[in-house]
Design a protein. Structure first.
Length: 241
């Protein structure tokens, strides 16, 4: 485990973006595992700036996203398809056919999970996987459980996750109650993992994830076993360590 400390969110974003900059520069055919949420927005902004300055080329990059809400279509402005297009894909020269997310409107969710899992397997996992961290320790949408779910699956979101994501919706009742997410095994297949954490509200769970027991009750704790884990966190998020 490597821990990179940043003063604030902006510095965290720059330092995390540098890891992806290096990956893309040294392997322009990389498979990037991507995430959504406020923790990674600054990273994407930095990558876009590097692309606009001519320092990055995404033309041969492939991406696989962690998750998608069940019940939201690609054009819904709260879907992760929309998020990725709005905050990254439309600003760089990545080929649309090389970007991959679960289909939130699939008629057969079990079949969709199998399809997405097979896609991840065909890539051999991500070369570098970006992660945020939920207040309950979830990574992707792998919620606290009695077991570590291995592969892509449909998950019922915990009430704490629904409340945390309600700020993005007009009303809490509009937040989807289910999502399709990569499983823990899918995430752990990545050659490198970059965990971005910011803010005082994440301090106690970050400590538990990095230095507590490895347990499915704190899903992110499994990352202690990943030999290529880099944590990039600001001072507030690291304040209890």
């Amino acid at each position: 485990m490597k821990i990179i400390k940043a003063k604030n969110y902006d510095e965290m974003s720059r330092k995390a973006a540098n890891l992806f900059f290096s990956q893309i520069t040294f392997n322009p055919n990389s498979v990037l595992g991507l995430a959504t949420g406020s923790s990674v927005l600054g990273l994407y902004e930095n990558l876009i700036r590097s692309y606009n300055s001519g320092d990055l080329d995404f033309s041969n990059i492939k991406t696989i996203n962690l998750d998608e809400y069940a019940g939201l279509g690609k054009t819904n402005d709260q879907s992760y398809h929309y998020y990725m297009n709005h905050y990254l894909f439309q600003h760089i020269n990545i080929k649309p056919e090389n970007t991959n997310l679960p289909d939130g409107l699939a008629k057969d969710m079990n079949a969709e999970c199998k399809r997405y899992n097979a896609l991840i397997e065909s890539f051999g996992g991500a070369d570098i996987q970006l992660l945020g961290l939920g207040l309950n320790g979830h990574i992707g949408f792998n919620e606290p459980s009695d077991v570590f779910p291995k592969e892509t699956h449909l998950v019922d979101l915990e009430e704490s996750t629904i409340k945390a994501n309600a700020r993005f919706f007009a009303d809490e009742k509009d937040v989807p109650r289910q999502a399709v997410t990569m499983g823990i095994q899918n995430i752990m297949q990545a050659k490198k993992v970059v965990l971005c954490v910011s803010g005082k509200q994440k301090a106690s769970i970050l400590k538990a994830v990095l230095f507590g027991d490895i347990t499915p009750k704190v899903p992110g704790s499994i990352l202690q076993l990943h030999s290529g884990l880099t944590v990039v966190a600001d001072e507030e998020a690291m304040s209890e360590m």
